[in-house]
Structure formats: structure tokens, C-alpha cells
Write a new protein. Structure first.
Lengths: 190, 576
């Protein structure tokens, strides 16, 4: 099989590490060769962050380059647009509609491009928008927005629902299992 | 057991399996997790040292006493540890000694893009370089074997994309080894001229033997894929080459990147019609190949700047590129920023407000240089702010003494700020040093340091008292301020600048991301009172934005530091 590529993008501190870990564990258990690549350190907090997850029979590069991503899961609205050039033709963007102003916008040096996703849609990009923050709050914890988005991604994956649930149970602390499973369901059934 | 593992974590596993006894390191992205992960194994003694030089010397001592030892650092850390490295090459080892060094092409979290292979060449020390996590683990064991067999420290090169990528690893067992009885050996270990003169020929002979090793070692391997085109590469570049070409070209993958083999390269070059060298950063393999009189193509096609990936390679070879779609809208940049409630913000605002010149250092507080505060004038290397301000003031005289400070974190001060402060006291420099003490090594992801009172395992440890230390160095004026208190900050900074003697200001408040720091209730903007003056936005706090001509505070981010409350002239900000 051809290597599949999933990019998880967002703002440092939004929980993309747990999301990529969930995918990594799941795909490993499915017997795929998997590579996950992320950048730690200074770019973590408040900056634009990107994690690459690649899986298939044999994966070489840990990076997803321009025009290669089957999925871009974005935790923030304009971050989806920032990495859109990495999307493969026919690839899908799953995006949290939450907006987080970057510093140039906060200090009035730039405008937040509110309608940038519409522009991408007009260009024929498949975009699945979801208010993950609101759903996470409904599930009981705004911090589970990452799992809401993974629930949404799962919809497009040819993989047993129960396997995702099992992987979540194995990853999060016991006291957070229920809220995360609820968050996952809300994303999946949205 | 098979597991998806971070490259750095796999190295830690390799240390465990290799029966390593000790690792001493200073944190530095992207090397930090090597030591953090090693600390999970009770069999390995692990510690954070105050800097990389100390760490390498600790590893030297452990090797001298017969233990297998290691140290880990980022590329610029090796500059700090270069002094022991060059002579360790002469002494060689008793127990195996491996030095892990993580390069950061593209500077994801670094101040330069240096290629640490130059150190291997200059110090005449072998260097290995893995291409994924499994190789990282296995190469650790081979590196220790080489270290002991060839009586040499071994450099182990990582880069961000190997250190911070996860791939599959199969576990092995730990091989315990006995620590030999200590035997004094001054001819080998006292590097005074008389002995060092005898060791240098040993080093040259060792290099000759290591070149021979390079001809046959399994660390280097040829993967034939036709005779039209051959590529020599190592590390992460191997993965990009395989991604693009699969088995359609021949590849010489080097795992021992110093010293480079000769016959192996000649044979490979002869087996293909056209030879390419693909290596990130400097053309080191390429220079070696060209020096052998073999024609090849390298930096003519590939940049010495930044990271490569499969796209870079496709483009360079003129291959088909995948179709892409992009927006025409400009997406505003999103640089990393100081967190909401960051204790550094209040201090930097004070410096910016009074247009104070500030020599900066390496840490989270480097972010004070960014918009809207623009509070820093320089950032060079660990500790350079404290040494630098003295030189700056000697030239600038009274005028600069009264409006210049330097800013350095608690961990960086312990690393190499102290010696600069000794120089300030000793040479009677009228300089004002600000230690931003957030009680942790922040930027690398919260590591303990000698001022925090805890060790790498989180157990209580002796804590350096910064006030006492500064006094002992000879600084009479040592002031402590709370950076959440803008008025206090301003008064103390202006007072110390006005006084004609060296002084230290400790701006002290723990990083708000630390688990034990409990946030205050978030504050909010009373939109009836807010006049839209944008004063609070001058802080550059990510929790504050401007919507409908009024300031707005994001309650999910705000930790109630109340610095913005002090900025508001109309008292529109307060608790709910």
C-alpha cells in the first residue's frame, strides 16, 4: 500500500501531542509501519505547531512535504490555511472553527483572515468544519477538543470504532477516560 | 517487544541495553529527552549538570574509573564542551564513553545551524549517525564497542528529525558488565606535554585503524539499485532519498560519518555512472569524496542552509512535483510567544517603557525581543549577556551604564553567567545584571537545575541561593523584585541603574506552567469602562485581544497575573 499521511496542526499548547500519540498507537496496533515527527522546544507555546503522522507498509521520510497530506487536522482555523499547500489533490481538511489571534493580529499589525477557508473551498478543497471547542465543553472539558477532532477524523478512517475507544482508554488517565470517550463520540457523530 | 519510540527515547533504551552506568547532561533542544528518558531506568545514574563542559567531564571521570558513561547536548552545547573533547581524544577511555550531540538544521529551536561533524574531524574522534529510532538504539551499543576497542570517545550525531521522530523499535536485554579494578595510568591520563606528545601519534594511528573499520563495518552499507545513479548519504537524508527513489538508485548509506572510508567509497563510485552526495548543512562527505579525486555532485545542487525533505530532492532532480493548492490570502505569522501570565512579561514591559538597552541571553526570555515589546538588543550564546554588558559599558561609559541592563535566566546563569558576573565584580564594572529567576529551565521543557532544589528524578537536592552566590562573588547590591508588580519593578530597575556600582536584580516568580503554581481567577474587561486606549495590548499577552474597539480577555488563557490590571488607566480590568 501507498504510505498515508496525516498532518496535525494548531497552536502550541492545544494538545496535538496526545492526538498524534493516539494515532500512532492505533496504527502500530494495526500492524503498519509508522513514523511520527514533531518539533519540541521553544516553538511549543503559542506558536504554530505541526505534527506529521505517516503509515504504510514501509515508511521512510518522517516528514510530510508539499502536496502529500491525505488529511490535515487543524486545531485552529487559519492554521489549516497555513498548511494547505501540503494537502494532496483530493485530500481532506478537518478543521476546528475556533480562532486564536496570533500576535501580529493582537497588536493590530495584521488582520485575522476570517474567510480564508471559504477561499479554499472555492478552489475545490474538501473542508469539514467543526466547532470542536463547543463540543468539548459539552462533553465536559474544553481541553478535550483534540479528541473531538480525532473522532471526526475517525469517520474517514477505515478502522473499527471500538479500536479507537480502546486506544483512548489506554492513553489517558483513568479519571479522564469518560470525558474523552464522550468527546470522541461527539466528533464522530457530529 | 516492539514499540513506536522517539529517537531520543530509543537512545535511552540503547544506553540501558548497553549496560551504561552514567549519563550527565545539560538540557538543549533537540537532545533533552535522551537524558530524561534515561532517568526512567534505575540501572543508569542520571543527572543534570550545570553545563555541557561539566557534563562531559563527569562522563570522563566515570570512564576513567571504568564505567560506561555518556553525556548529551545540543550542537551549540558541544562548543561549551569542546575543551575536554579535544584532549579526551588523546587520553582515550577506560570504560566506553559516548557523546550525544543533536544538530538542529533549520534552527527550529537554536541560534545557529552549525554542523557538528566538523568537531569529529577537528578532534579526531569517530562519529556515528543513525537514520531512525531502531538504528539509534543499535548504534548506541556499537558506539560503546568502538569506544572501548579503539580507546576513544565516540561522538553520536543526531538531528531534529531523528531525535524528535518516532519509529518502530524492538527491545533487547541489558548486558551488565563488571566495573574493572581502578589502575593508575599517568602516561595515558595526565595530559602534560611529555605524555601528550606520546599520545598524539596514538591518535593518528587510531584514525588510520578507524578508516579501516569504516571499510568493513555494518554501520556503512551499500544498497544497489542499478548502475545509472549512486547517492552517498547518511542520517535523515537517507530516508528522503529512499522516499523519492525507492530501490531505483544505488545508495551508500554511511553510519560511521567520521572518519570516512576510502576504498568503500571508491568501489561504490566505480559501480555507478553518476555519483551524488546528499547531506544537510555542510558538504563534508562531498569534500572527502572530491579529495579522493572522485567526481561527484553535491552542493552544486543542494543548499548548505536549512533542512531537506523529499520535496527538496524531487525539485533538485527535476522530478514531477505533486499538485498543490494554496490560498492567495496572506496568513499572519504565528511566532512563539511568552505565555499568558509569564513572569518575564512585567519586567520586559518595564525595560521597554523606559527604552532601556538590554543584552539578552538564551531561554524563554529571548521571546522578549519580539513584538510588541522589542525589549532586547542582543542574544549571542549562553551567558554572553553578563560578559557582554561589561564590554558594552566600558565603551559606552556613564551614559550606557545608566540605561543598560543584561537579562539572563536562573538556569543560564548557573550554566555560564556566573563567570561573567565574577568579571563584573573583579573589574569593578558599573553594570546592572537582571537574573530572571522562574525557578526552572523553561524553554527546553521544564528541567530542574541547581537553583530549583530538585534533581532530575524530582528528589530534593541542594539549592544554590542566588542572593548569597552574588554576594560571595563580590556584588554588594542584590535586589529581589516580583515581576508581577510593575511599580516595584520600575522603581528598583531605575534605582539600580542610577547607582554607580555593580548590582544584581533578581526578578523572581516561578513559571506559571509549573504544576505547583496555582493560577489566580481570570480577569475580565468591563466594556462600559474600557475606552479602547490599547494600553493593555502593549504587554503582548496572548490572552488579550481587541474586538469591537474594546479590549477582550480570553478566560481560558488568563491566569490572573494582574499585570494588565496595573496597565489600565481607567480601571476597566478586574476579577469577575
Amino acid at each position: 500500500m501507498e504510505t498515508k499521511n496525516v498532518m496535525i496542526v494548531g497552536v502550541g499548547g492545544q494538545g496535538s501531542l496526545l492526538a498524534s500519540k493516539l494515532l500512532g498507537v492505533l496504527l502500530t496496533e494495526e500492524g503498519y509501519d509508522v513514523k511520527v515527527s514533531e518539533v519540541h522546544g521553544m516553538s511549543q507555546r503559542g506558536g504554530s505547531v505541526v505534527t506529521y503522522v505517516r503509515y504504510g507498509e514501509k515508511v521512510y521520510s518522517p516528514i510530510i512535504a508539499e502536496g502529500e497530506a491525505d488529511f490535515i487536522v487543524s486545531f485552529e482555523k487559519i492554521e489549516a490555511a497555513r498548511y494547505a499547500k501540503c494537502l494532496k489533490k483530493g485530500g481532506k481538511i478537518i478543521v476546528n472553527t475556533q480562532s486564536i489571534d496570533p500576535m501580529p493580529v493582537i497588536i493590530g499589525n495584521a488582520q485575522y483572515p476570517e474567510n480564508v477557508l471559504d477561499e479554499l473551498k472555492e478552489k475545490g478543497v474538501f473542508i469539514d468544519s467543526i466547532d470542536a471547542l463547543k463540543l468539548a465543553e459539552e462533553a465536559g472539558n474544553p481541553k478535550s477538543a483534540n479528541i473531538v477532532l480525532m473522532g471526526r477524523l475517525a469517520k474517514y478512517f477505515d478502522m473499527d470504532y471500538d479500536k479507537w475507544i480502546k486506544a483512548i482508554k489506554g492513553l489517558v488517565k483513568p479519571q479522564f477516560v469518560d470525558v474523552n470517550i464522550k468527546a470522541f463520540e461527539m466528533g464522530y457523530n457530529y | 517487544m516492539k514499540k513506536l519510540m522517539l529517537g531520543n527515547d530509543a537512545i535511552a533504551r540503547g544506553l540501558y541495553e548497553a549496560g551504561v552506568d552514567l549519563i550527565s547532561s545539560y538540557p538543549g533542544t533537540p537532545s533533552t529527552e535522551i537524558t530524561e528518558c534515561a532517568a526512567k531506568y534505575d540501572e543508569i545514574y542520571c543527572e543534570w549538570a550545570p553545563n555541557e563542559k561539566v557534563a562531559m567531564e563527569v562522563a570522563f571521570g566515570a570512564s576513567l574509573r571504568g564505567g560506561r558513561s555518556a553525556c548529551a547536548m545540543k550542537h551549540v552545547g558541544l562548543n561549551v564542551a569542546a575543551d575536554p573533547l579535544f584532549t579526551l581524544s588523546y587520553t582515550g577511555v577506560t570504560g566506553g564513553l559516548v557523546i550525544f550531540v543533536a544538530d538542529d538544521p533549520a534552527m527550529h529551536s537554536s541560534q545557529n545551524e552549525q554542523d557538528s561533524r566538523h568537531y569529529a574531524i577537528a578532534s579526531k574522534v569517530p562519529m556515528v549517525e543513525p537514520a531512525d529510532s531502531m538504528e539509534a538504539k543499535e548504534f548506541v551499543k556499537e558506539a560503546f564497542r568502538i569506544s572501548e576497542e579503539y580507546d576513544t570517545p565516540v561522538l553520536f550525531r543526531m538531528c531534529t528529525r531523528i531525535a524528535h521522530s518516532q519509529s518502530m523499535v524492538t527491545f533487547g536485554e541489558r548486558v551488565e558488565r563488571e566495573i574493572p579494578k581502578y589502575e593508575k595510568n599517568p602516561q595515558k591520563y595526565i595530559m602534560a606535554p611529555a605524555n601528550a606528545i606520546r599520545r598524539h601519534p596514538f591518535v593518528e594511528e587510531r584514525t588510520r585503524k578507524l578508516v579501516e573499520l569504516g571499510e568493513t563495518t555494518s554501520l556503512n552499507r551499500v544498497e544497489m539499485g542499478g548502475t545509472k545513479m549512486g547517492i552517498i548519504c547518511s542520517g535523515t537524508c537517507y530516508q528522503y532519498v529512499k522516499e523519492v527513489f525507492g530501490d531505483t538508485v544505488s545508495v551508500l548509506k554511511l553510519g560511521l560519518v567520521n572518519p570516512l572510508p576510502e576504498k568503500c567509497i571508491r568501489d561504490f563510485a566505480q559501480s555507478v555512472e553518476k555519483l551524488y552526495i546528499i547531506e544537510e548543512l555542510d558538504g563534508i562527505i562531498e569534500t572527502h569524496v572530491k579529495n579522493l579525486g572522485i567526481s561527484c555532485i553535491g552542493k552544486e545542487m543542494f543548499s548548505p542552509i536549512g533542512e531537506y525533505n523529499q520535496y527538496t530532492i524531487r525539485k533538485a532532480f527535476g522530478l514531477d512535483l505533486p499538485e498543490t493548492v494554496d490560498t492567495d490570502t496572506e496568513i499572519p505569522v504565528r511566532p512563539p510567544i511568552m505565555c499568558a501570565g509569564c513572569p518575564h512579561r512585567g519586567l520586559f514591559y518595564t525595560l521597554a517603557k523606559h527604552k532601556i538597552t538590554a543584552l539578552g541571553d538564551i531561554g524563554c526570555y529571548t521571546l522578549g525581543s519580539a513584538a510588541p515589546l522589542f525589549a532586547l538588543d542582543s542574544t549571542l550564546c549562553m551567558g554572553a549577556s553578563v560578559s557582554g554588558i561589561h564590554g558594552f559599558n566600558k565603551i559606552g561609559g556613564k551614559e550606557s551604564e545608566s540605561k543598560t541592563v543584561c537579562v539572563i535566566g536562573d538556569s543560564t546563569f548557573m550554566h555560564s553567567g556566573m563567570t561573567g558576573l565574577v568579571n563584573i565584580a573583579y573589574n569593578a564594572s558599573n553594570s546592572t545584571v537582571i537574573i530572571v529567576d522562574n525557578s526552572i529551565t523553561g524553554m527546553t521543557g521544564h528541567q530542574q537545575n541547581p537553583t530549583t532544589g530538585y534533581n532530575i528524578k524530582g528528589d530534593p537536592a541542594a539549592a544554590v541561593n542566588l542572593e548569597d552566590l552574588c554576594h560571595a562573588i563580590g556584588i554588594k547590591r542584590v535586589r529581589v523584585v516580583d515581576p508581577y508588580n510593575l511599580k516595584e519593578c520600575e522603581e528598583v530597575v531605575l534605582e539600580e541603574l542610577s547607582i554607580e556600582e555593580p548590582s544584581v536584580i533578581i526578578s523572581r516568580r516561578p513559571c506559571m506552567l509549573l504544576k505547583y503554581v496555582k493560577p489566580n481567577p481570570p480577569v475580565e474587561v468591563d466594556t462600559d469602562k474600557c475606552v479602547g486606549c490599547r494600553m493593555c495590548l502593549k504587554l503582548g499577552c496572548p490572552a488579550i485581544s481587541f474586538k469591537d474597539k474594546k479590549a477582550k480577555i480570553d478566560y481560558t488563557q488568563c491566569v490572573g497575573c494582574n499585570v494588565c490590571t496595573q496597565m489600565c488607566n481607567v480601571k476597566a480590568i478586574g476579577e469577575k
